[in-house]
Design a protein around this ligand. Structure first.
Ligand code: NDP
Length: 296
């Protein structure tokens, strides 16, 4: 069997189109332009690339992008003051503080200082609690993008066995909550899980968010299962730097029914969902109907 490739790049383009349509309507009918503020502290090269890309895509869908670049030695008080200013700025509907922060800054403190309704990364403790109790929240972008692709592929996920490998706060745990919300039977695996291949073999849906290049092997996969590969790992192969996922694509695509590639799978969906969350936050802030198909 050769798996169907779930094209995250194409799917992300359709999400951005939907977002752009909602943005255009908000402008025309309500005179509101959604705004996303991104705060970058320091000069981490990968973070700079992400922030540039986020800013570019924000403008492309018609939203306002506000970039705040702060020196690496910015004090916690100054960063908190900026977040407070953005919390109180009605033209800003979404706030994202790019992680990781320099070591002298308390990430939890900073993230929890963002107004929960503007927390478009979905990392604020209130949003974590709301998601965990099945209430309306801002949902972390990578799991939200993964859920959207699964819903698009399967329609209903109800009753399916799902195994999420990884229990991080930004991917594994929220992913498991979302799958539970869609009535999957969910197992969360991690580094202490016994007989991981056997656990994975039970799954109709496998989400790999581990950070270990090509760890999940084809013979771990139930015939016909859907595999979402969240991993982004840079490795050297044949003298070249290449990007690979947490799943061994060659062997897994022989057994899976469908699989997301790396690159071009989950990755592009993450920024698309950030834009989706910003338009959702804007609608909620203004008491307007939320865009359909862009939330969990
Ligand atoms: P973390 O390092 O925070 O978490 C990794 C998880 O994998 C941990 O729960 C860990 O278990 C588990 N793990 C590690 N080794 C094993 C093993 N041998 N067997 C089973 N489980 C294991 O990573 P993140 O969740 O932040 O990211 C995961 C991957 O997703 C990374 O490759 C990252 O680059 C990628 N990523 C991609 C994004 C995208 O936009 N596509 C966005 C965010 C992340 P334990 O808790 O026991 O240590």
């Amino acid at each position: 069997m050769s798996a169907q490739i779930i094209d995250g790049k194409a799917f992300a383009a359709t999400v951005r189109e939907k977002v752009a349509g909602h943005v255009a309507r908000l402008k025309e009918e309500n005179g509101i332009t959604p705004g996303l503020a991104v705060v970058l502290v320091g000069e981490d090269p990968a973070s700079q690339v992400y922030v540039r890309s986020k800013g570019k895509q924000t403008v492309e869908v018609g939203m306002n992008s506000y970039e705040h670049k702060l020196d690496a030695d910015t004090s916690e008080a100054d960063l908190l003051a900026l977040v407070d200013q953005l919390n109180n700025d009605p033209s800003v509907h979404g706030i994202l503080v790019q992680l990781p922060l320099p070591g002298h800054l308390d990430e939890d403190l900073v993230i929890n200082s963002i107004a929960p309704e503007k927390d478009v990364d979905g990392f604020h403790i209130s949003n974590v609690g709301l998601l965990g109790t099945g209430q309306k929240s801002m949902v972390p972008c990578t799991p939200l993008g993964s859920l959207m692709m699964l819903r698009d592929h399967h329609g209903s996920l109800s009753g399916m066995d799902a195994v999420v490998i990884g229990r991080s706060n930004i991917v594994g745990k929220p992913m498991a909550q979302l799958l539970l919300g869609d009535s999957c039977t969910v197992t969360i695996a991690h580094s202490r899980t016994k007989d991981l291949p056997d656990v994975v073999r039970r799954a109709d849906i496998v989400v790999a968010a581990v950070g270990r290049p090509e760890m999940v092997q084809g013979d771990w996969i139930k015939e016909g299962a859907t595999v979402i590969d969240v991993g982004i790992n840079r490795i050297e192969r044949d003298g070249k730097n290449v990007l690979v996922g947490d799943v061994d694509f060659a062997s897994t695509s022989q057994r899976a029914g469908a699989i997301t590639p790396v690159p071009g799978g989950v990755g592009p969906m993450t920024i698309a969902c950030l834009l989706a969350n910003t338009v959702t936050a804007c609608c909620r802030a203004n008491g307007l109907a939320e865009p359909e198909g862009l939330t969990a």
